[in-house]
Design a binder for this molecule. Structure first.
Ligand code: NAI
Length: 339
């Protein structure tokens, strides 16, 4: 997926649309972190990215100098951790990916990160609203169920909120769901596309296995769902205090970025599940929800409904919606109380 493309595929891309954008500046905020570094590497390998702007409170220019030696065409620049640095980094960005923030340690839930990461994301969102209000903003920093509403509230407060441009990156849940089912069914994980809906933490992560034509029963089904919901804990535990998923997350973040760029450059039918401002459950007071989202030149093109689910999956969804509501209002409240 991230292999360099042939000349014919590049020509094919140009033929897609006469209005296709060929300059794509992608900014990574938190570029020197566990996710930020491999993500920056993967973005440097992506020929759709023409400018890679790397910012971190520590070490952005170092990562930039390193990846800039890779012999792909894009320009890479690292920025100083100050107001001028972030302004220059964000100006002209089409996509901003935000993996800045602290990761979990064993025993922590994503919600335990709220106190630290809420203000980091709020401040970075302010910078984005000021310097690149029309960019697509991709939130990786946890807890995503709350950091996405935080970002939305900041954009609203500055009068520049566009719900089509804000995405909580839940791709890793989809990647895990596909990998884990392939282990059970002995299939090719790259060909599996398991829909995962809801949010991005514990019980809010709802794999909809039935729509992929797979059937698991009883304890095997429960174990599978639990593994998708708490797959991140496997990594946190194995890293033993050194952080959470970084390499698989970088792959997932790079995949989502690639999908957005494809859609911006005119490709049709690009669909990725993502946690977005969604009409699906607003009547139940849930403002943001992850489901399949068709991407287009303006960000969100179409939000797909969850579709047919089994009774068991509906039970998971009911729990998810209750938890999500609390996570979302916590983010909204944070910005109202700490503008
Ligand atoms: P890390 O600690 O290795 O890296 C975070 C980076 O952010 C550091 O380089 C730090 O200097 C930087 N940073 C902190 N405050 C900043 C600010 N105000 N501006 C710019 N940079 C700043 O953490 P890691 O492992 O890269 O994880 C980052 C976040 O991603 C965590 O919140 C983690 O929970 C989340 N995550 C999300 C996943 C998802 O599926 N959405 C999966 C895995 C992790």
């Amino acid at each position: 997926m991230f292999a360099a493309r042939s000349a014919s595929s590049i020509l094919g891309r140009r033929a897609f649309s006469t209005t296709a954008r060929l300059d794509s500046k992608v900014a990574v905020l938190g570029a020197a972190g566990g996710i930020g570094q491999p993500l920056s590497l993967l973005l440097k390998l992506n020929p759709r990215v023409t400018d890679l702007a790397l910012y971190d409170i520590k070490g952005g220019p170092g990562v930039a100098a390193d990846v800039s030696h890779i012999n792909t065409k894009s320009k890479v620049k690292g920025y100083a951790p100050d107001a001028a640095g972030i302004k220059e980094c964000l100006t002209g960005a089409e996509i901003v990916v935000i993996p800045a923030g602290v990761p979990r340690k064993p025993g922590m839930t994503r919600d335990d990160l709220f106190n630290t990461n809420a203000s980091i994301v709020r401040d970075l969102a302010k910078a984005c609203a000021d310097h690149c209000p029309k960019a697509n903003i991709l939130i990786i920093a946890n807890p995503v169920n709350s950091t996405v509403p935080i970002t939305a509230e900041v954009f609203k407060s500055k009068g520049v909120y566009d719900p089509k441009r804000l995405f909580g990156v839940t791709t890793l849940d989809v990647v895990r769901a596909s990998r884990f089912i392939s282990e059970l069914k002995n299939t090719d994980p790259a060909q599996e596309a398991i829909l995962v809906v809801g949010g991005h933490s514990g019980a809010t992560i709802v794999p909809v296995l039935s729509q992929a034509g797979h059937n698991l029963e009883g304890s095997e089904r429960d174990a599978y769902v639990n593994r998708v919901q708490f797959g991140g804990d496997e990594v946190v535990k194995a890293k033993d205090g050194a952080g959470s998923a970084t390499l698989s997350m970088a792959m997932a973040g790079a995949r989502f970025t690639e999908s957005l760029l494809k859609a911006a450059q005119g490709e049709k039918g690009v669909i990725e599940p993502s946690f977005v401002d969604s009409p699906l459950y607003k009547d139940q007071g849930v403002e943001y929800f992850a489901s399949n989202v068709e991407l287009g030149p303006n960000g969100v093109e179409k939000i797909h409904p969850v579709g047919k689910v089994t009774e068991y999956e509906q039970g998971l969804l009911d729990v998810c919606l209750k938890d999500l509501k609390g996570n979302i209002s916590k983010g909204v409240k944070f910005v109202k109380e700490n503008p």
